[in-house]
Write a protein that binds this ligand. Sequence first.
Ligand code: AMP
Ligand code: MG
Length: 345
Amino acid sequence: MTVICRVDPLEPDRSILRRAAEIVRQGGLVAFPTETVYGLGANALDPAAVKKIFHAKGRPLDNPLIVHVASIDQIYMLAKRIPREAEALIERFFPGPLTIVLEKEPIVPDETTASLPTVAVRMPDHKVASRLIEESGIPIAAPSANKAGRPSPTRAQHVLQDLEGEVDMIIDGGATRLGLESTVVDLTVNPPELLRPGAVTFEMLRKVVRTVQVHPSVLQDVSYGGAVRSPGMKYRHYAPRAELIVVVGDQQNVQMKIEQLIRELSPKKLRIGVARTTGKLYNASHLEELGRSKQEIARDLFDVLRRFDEANVDVIFAEGIDERGLGLAIMNRLKKASGYKIIRA
Ligand code: AMP
Ligand code: MG
């Protein structure tokens, strides 16, 4: 049974948070909003509770979880050595949409870190999340609250779609503010590496840690060759059910290319969707607006991908954007969602 409780995200009801905290302490699962996406939370220090997360999500056991904390003290409890760069990042960006990877203390079970000697730590900037952690008195392991491979949830309804009956409680705090998962930076390597781009952008990180590098996997498989590539399904993430193709290049060329692709597909009588960042009118079955600013695109991207599923389209063309600032995170998720099917206009 899944209980859903609505709360005011700015002033969440204490009695509901107490109930949720009790579930976490007892080894159960609670989905809760953060400023990035909804998390599927369990006691990070309890191997049996953490195993329930993997089971509910259908998550591969070799994919480690992020541990959410509500205080600096909890970071020192989980991590062994906090390098100077980590201190600087904590000082500048915590609480917020940044996860740092550090050497783990033995208190963190192997189940949580997928047997890695490191632990990923984040302090969410959301009252529901931080008060839930405080109320339970333990760090909470929480990956995105979706089935593995599906778009991350930015609304309680998305969590329910994927995990009804598999999570004890969903705290509904409305739509999340940022919409993309946190930035992940590994500080156990020299130089530090950006493993996943997010709302704390590479440019912002560089102002604090000058040596930080983008890990190749952030951009991997970007072959602007013209033809549609179909790499291994193991890269598929955040994926809608339809085939998604990302078209990149100058805005006008992108629009012309998508129009051409729609024309070429028309004899096949497929239901075609377009995710657009411009007001362009395409001759497609289903048009979705990705928003005008990068902030809007980031916030709405996963919701839009799920809406294409509801509209039962067969093929989605998405207009790509530039990779500066928040654009790097948006394009990273779009490319992964497409299984790296990218066409250069
Ligand atoms: P999710 O919580 O579903 O957004 O996924 C968590 C992300 O953090 C995944 O991309 C993990 O690979 C990454 N992550 C978690 N722990 C570690 C770690 N110890 N080292 C490197 N990456 C990690
Ligand atoms: Mg996830």
